[in-house]
Design a protein around this ligand. Structure first.
Ligand code: PLP
Length: 394
């Protein structure tokens, strides 16, 4: 039987292994492991590729968010608005600085921050909004930036899943006051361990981030502010430099896989992701909404197909945020999506036959489940607003 896992990093490594080994060897020979030319090279290459003036490499995507928030002076008494449907780090970093995360609803068709709900969360204490370009598709940046501008709020983009994505022809990382990337091994540009980057057009913010990543130093042993050790290792930067030339090709392959899924699954009971014509996502995940999500995941597992649930529990209902006082039902759209979402394998090493096999299995399942469950009202209830726009395959 065919088997398809969520990722095939070893298959990818077979393609670029020699280049990565050479890059690692060069760093080992130099015996310089902290910052250095490989880090500067990565910063310059990504700033150029992503059309942003300044790039500051840091120790993880989480530290990129933390450092960006610190650079904006976010702290106790401040509120930061963000979606509840995201990875923990988006909110964890806000809370670690003593500020209050305020969770806003998402658009159930795109899983990204709903601009209207964002505006409803603004209070006199709101300082910033963090938009998350979830699964590799941009949030509605024009609407969000317009609202943020009216209220004088800063915009941080959590682009950990969206390197190379475009919105109205613009790079995701070029939108907002600061954008944050992650090089966690499973991301679209994954490294050999932890890593991240902050991107900004603002020279002053970039300077502050540079200083924050080395304990707030202006020069050696002179500390202008309190920062942290947020440096990216030289070895990791060297590997990323070698891998960067594969990024666009790999992202294109992810898009081709997604388009094939959306075409094949259009007649099944699962709802494929909505991609409007001004969006060019990079499919960090290909996520569908379905009836009997856990049963579908089990069924696919029995056919040797990996799946993922991003995310099973929304952040506003996590035990650690209990002090914020959100009850079950307070963000019904987000909670409903958490119960229905399932990510299918979508990575550069997949063949068309892999996609056909998975889609066929989903059809088998959906044929069965429609007999058991003829009234599929979920589609209308959650995605009934789906009138404009096109799907990924259009
Ligand atoms: C991966 C990820 C992060 C955190 O990045 P790390 O490099 O793992 O610290 C933050 N936000 C989102 C949406 C992510 O997917």
């Amino acid at each position: 039987m065919r088997s398809v896992s969520m990722l095939d990093l070893r298959g990818e490594f077979a393609l670029y292994g020699d280049e990565v080994r050479a890059a690692v060897n060069a760093v080992l020979e130099s015996q310089q492991f902290v910052l250095g030319p490989a880090v500067t090279e990565l910063e310059e290459a990504l700033a150029k590729r992503l059309h942003v003036a300044h790039a500051v490499a840091v120790s993880s995507g989480t530290d990129a968010l933390l450092c960006a928030l610190m650079a904006l002076g976010i702290g106790p008494g401040d509120e930061v608005i963000l979606p509840s449907f995201t990875f923990f780090a988006t909110a964890g970093t806000v809370a670690r600085l003593g500020a209050k995360p305020v969770f806003a609803e998402i658009d159930p068709r795109t899983f990204n921050l709903d601009p209207i709900k964002f505006e409803q969360c603004i209070s006199p204490r709101t300082k910033a909004v963090i938009v998350v370009h979830l699964f590799g598709q941009c949030a509605e940046m024009d609407a969000i930036a317009a609202i943020a501008g009216r209220y004088g709020l800063k915009v941080i983009a959590d682009a950990a899943q969206a390197i190379g994505a475009r919105y109205k022809g613009q790079e995701a990382c070029a939108l907002g006051d600061l954008a944050c990337l992650s090089f966690y091994p499973t991301k679209n540009l994954g490294g050999v361990g932890e890593g991240g980057m902050i991107l900004t057009h603002d020279a002053q913010l970039a300077e502050v981030c540079h200083s924050l990543r080395r304990h707030g130093e202006s020069r050696r042993y002179h500390h202008e502010r309190i920062g942290g050790n947020f440096r990216l290792d030289t070895l990791k930067a060297a590997v990323l430099n070698a891998k960067l030339r594969y990024l666009d090709e790999f992202n294109r392959r992810r898009c081709a896989v997604a388009a094939r899924y959306s075409r094949l699954l259009s007649t099944t009971s699962v709802t494929t992701p909505l991609v409007e014509s001004h969006q060019e996502p990079v499919y960090h995940q290909y996520s569908v909404l379905c009836h009997g999500r856990d049963e579908l995941a089990e069924f696919l597992k029995s056919r040797q197909i990996g799946t993922g649930i991003y995310y099973p529990v929304p952040l506003h209902l996590q035990p650690c945020f209990g002090y914020l006082g959100y009850a079950v039902g307070s963000l019904p759209v987000t909670e409903d999506i958490c119960a229905r979402i399932l990510s299918l394998p979508c990575h550069p090493m997949m063949s068309d036959e892999d996609v056909d096999y998975i889609a066929g299995c989903v059809m088998d399942f959906s044929g069965k489940s429609m007999v058991v469950n003829p009234a599929d009202s979920f589609r209308e209830r959650v995605v009934g607003r789906e009138t404009a726009g096109t799907r990924a395959d259009a």
